[in-house]
Ligand binder design. Structure first.
Ligand code: DX5
Ligand code: ZN
Length: 228
């Protein structure tokens, strides 16, 4: 399935999949029309949860041709970005709250051949990334506090998505605007209408009670304002 040019991209988060069968989950996502595979790397310190690292990225790389969209939630940003890119990450998104030298790490991600992204937790204002927006390919606005899947979308983040969209457009920047957390059939349209161009969805894809393909199609339709 090919996503429509004017529609949002869908990035299933494997955080919500069964960790004992992540290879199959990635293959189901690709067969089901996903645009990216969203990989949440958590260190148990920047966020309370602990997930996986470069070796998992390396192993998943062999299971899909989709871009691996790695969302790094870790204090040791500088070391991990190099290892994640070497392992096959296509997009590496670092948190502004964790990156000590944000500009430097963004440049390094690009110089190593990956697409840099910058993420903002819900309490972080749009202005925090103002000085690197021209250098990134993706801005990730968190719509839950990072750390866990299955949380409820924070409605106040809609205003932040709108403000980020407005800043990007007014500066003529083409960075993708990714929204992550609590995206489901009820919230996808609001996020897309506010300006998101990529929607991450974990539990709404891998815990939906239908096939991964049906779940992705449903979120895509909901984002476009169509009945599933
Ligand atoms: C949370 C992660 C998300 C998470 C989203 O820290 O960044 O990517 O997997 O899960 P859902 O879609 O279930 O909110
Ligand atoms: Zn994420």
């Amino acid at each position: 399935m090919v996503s429509p040019d004017n529609g949002v991209k869908i990035a299933p988060s494997i955080l919500a999949a069964d960790f004992s069968r992540l290879g199959e989950a990635v293959e189901e996502a690709e067969a089901g029309g996903a645009d990216y595979v969203h990989v949440d790397v958590m260190d148990g310190r920047f966020v309370p949860n602990l997930t996986f690292g470069p070796q998992m990225v390396r192993d998943l790389r062999r299971r899909t041709d989709l871009p691996l969209d790695v969302h790094l939630m870790a204090w040791d940003t500088n070391r991990l970005v190099d290892e994640l890119i070497d392992a096959g990450a296509n997009i590496v998104t670092v948190h502004v709250e964790a990156a000590i030298q944000l500009h430097e790490v963004v440049q390094r991600i690009r110089s190593k051949g990956a697409r840099p992204g910058v993420a903002l937790s819900p309490g972080t204002p749009v202005s925090a990334v103002q000085e690197v927006l021209q250098d990134v390919d993706l801005v990730l606005v968190m719509s839950v506090n990072p750390g866990f899947g299955g949380q409820s979308f924070i409605p106040a983040t809609l205003g932040k998505i709108e403000r980020m969209r407005s800043v990007l457009d007014s500066r003529g920047l083409k960075a993708e605007l990714e929204v992550d957390g609590g995206i489901n059939l009820s919230t996808a349209n609001g996020a897309a209408s506010a300006g998101a161009s990529v929607l991450v969805a974990g539990s709404a894809v891998f815990g939906a009670g239908c096939s991964v393909a049906e779940a992705i199609a449903g979120i895509r339709a909901a984002a476009a304002g169509e009945a599933a």
